[in-house]
Write a protein that binds this ligand. Structure first.
Ligand code: R5P
Length: 290
């Protein structure tokens, strides 16, 4: 059976269709004191007769503190119902970017989260974590899934002499993956220095972008500071159209406005986080690992 976290209902349904497995009727309630109650009332019966009747696949992007707690409850609910194997799919793993103690006295938040999730999981899958090394924080086997290639799908077929850029060196693999999936084009990356949570400084690459279409790819767009800064640099250099793509379209606060004002042609993301920009589904990529 497939069990959806409340932030991943469309993706869980797509995965259930892809795998032809039943979708459980998860429910998400809250007590008057604010405590959450996520439950799977039909957990003991929904799978009767299914091929993998002994397995529950929980699909839950941990986009908020509530989503983390909900996931722990869903894991426990299916275990309580007698399921043999609990596979936990984190399409988007929250806190993954806090993968080290940045200052004395800070936690390694990604490790703390991974340990908690591990207590209820026999296996973990996660899509394009910020660094794949985060998978080592989980106790059961945790597998990173690369879904970046699908980001080329919504791009126009005829891009003008395209350049595929990443906002920093760490994301160049993603830009190359999108270029390879598109079929042609140059790749390069900017140098990025983060000044604060919402301020970044981008140093342009040497590539000539004048009158060329540019696709900028990153793993995540959170506040949109990185991308809007990168698009501004491209505009100053006479770029043609600019498309921004990312695996995780978190698009917090006014990110969409920032990007629109920066002059992007379109924002394409996947459904690891369900937003209006989530035009690409990672369900087939996840299904291939189940
Ligand atoms: C950081 O290295 C990530 O790859 C992203 O570039 C970053 O998290 C994006 O954040 P924001 O949209 O807030 O600039």
């Amino acid at each position: 059976m497939i069990v959806a976290g409340s932030a991943s209902q469309a993706l869980a349904a797509a995965l259930a269709r892809e795998l032809e497995e039943p979708l459980a009727a998860a429910e998400y309630d809250r007590f008057p004191d604010g405590e959450l109650l996520a439950a799977v009332p039909d957990a003991a019966t929904v799978d009767a007769g299914a091929t993998d009747a002994d397995r529950a696949v929980i699909v839950a992007s941990t986009v908020s503190s509530d989503a983390h707690l909900e996931l722990l409850q869903l894991q426990d609910a299916v275990r309580e119902a007698g399921v043999g194997e609990v596979v936990t799919v984190l399409p988007y793993m929250g806190y993954a970017r806090q993968d080290e103690a940045f200052e004395e006295g800070h936690p390694v938040s990604a490790r703390a989260i991974a340990r908690a999730v591990s207590t209820g999981a026999d296996r973990v899958l996660t899509v394009n974590p910020h660094e794949t090394s985060v998978c080592e924080f989980f106790e059961p086997t945790a597998t990173p899934i690369d879904a970046a290639g699908r980001l080329a799908d919504p791009l126009p077929a005829e891009l003008a002499d395209p350049v595929f850029l990443s906002p920093d060196e760490g994301a160049i693999d993603l830009a190359e993956t999108v270029r390879d999936a598109y079929g042609s084009g140059e790749t390069d990356y900017f140098q990025k220095v983060r000044r604060s949570g919402t301020e970044v400084e981008i140093t342009p690459s040497d590539v000539d972008v004048a009158d060329r279409d540019v696709v900028v790819t990153d793993d995540i767009i959170a506040t949109g500071s990185t991308m809007s800064e990168a698009v501004g640099v491209l505009r100053d250099r006479g770029v043609g159209r600019v498309f921004v793509t990312c695996v995780h379209p978190l698009l917090a606060r006014n990110a969409v406005t920032k990007l629109s004002r920066a002059g992007v042609e379109a924002i394409y993301g996947t459904d690891t986080i369900e937003r209006s920009a989530s035009t690409v589904s990672v369900a087939p990529a996840i299904a291939a690992h189940l």
